[in-house]
Design a protein. Structure first.
Length: 199
């Protein structure tokens, strides 16, 4: 999906206004090699798209339930003055999160995708956090949680991959591909947190 066809505020995948990512498709290919991410993983992710497409709300219910029950995470959606979770902020992010599920499953690794990953990283870092939704919240998601969230996101996704009759072998393949993809994206999102020349 591109920003031109999305009614979701702040969803800018494909926008020409996004900054060009400081990492290239060549860099991405090298990272994928290090992650043992192959064409088979691309195919497994794409297989998962039709399985997950009508389950995004249910998936997000699980993920948001986890965040809400984890003070170390929900703080990043809190009002800076009151400390209470900002419901409007949570809802705005949720709409984009649903599209992220579909984008991840689409597995299209072109320059537009790289630029969007860079933007997502900026939006977690103090460089751009809160600006998209115009909120006054915690100024930055601490780096350690970008990578840590790979586990709860992919672990809780596995039952959803099994709900449409895919074989156990296919579920395992899709799940393994999701683990690699989420970690790959989290690594790319970490760029703004790393000293120049060290990424």
């Amino acid at each position: 999906m591109s920003t031109a066809t999305s009614p979701v505020p702040g969803y800018a995948y494909g926008s020409p206004r996004l900054a060009r990512a400081p990492f290239t498709t060549t860099d991405l290919a090298a990272l994928q090699k290090a992650l043992l991410f192959t064409q088979e993983d691309v195919e497994a992710l794409r297989q998962s798209k039709s399985i997950l497409a009508d389950q995004t709300d249910a998936i997000l219910d699980v993920w948001y339930g986890f965040v809400a029950s984890t003070p170390e995470l929900v703080v990043y959606f809190g009002d800076a003055k009151t400390g209470q979770p900002n419901a409007a902020y949570l809802e705005a992010v949720r709409k984009r999160f649903a599209l992220w599920i579909l984008d991840t499953a689409a597995a299209n690794y072109d320059q537009a995708w790289l630029d969007w990953q860079y933007e997502i990283g900026l939006r977690h870092n103090r460089i751009k956090k809160n600006r998209t939704d115009g909120v006054d919240s915690t100024p930055q998601v601490n780096f350690r949680y970008l990578l840590a969230l790979t586990i709860p996101i992919t672990t809780t996704l596995k039952p959803f991959l099994a709900r449409k009759g895919a074989s156990a072998e296919d579920v395992e393949r899709m799940h393994a591909a999701w683990v690699k993809s989420v970690l790959m994206q989290a690594i790319l999102w970490s760029h703004p947190y790393v000293k120049e020349g060290e990424f």
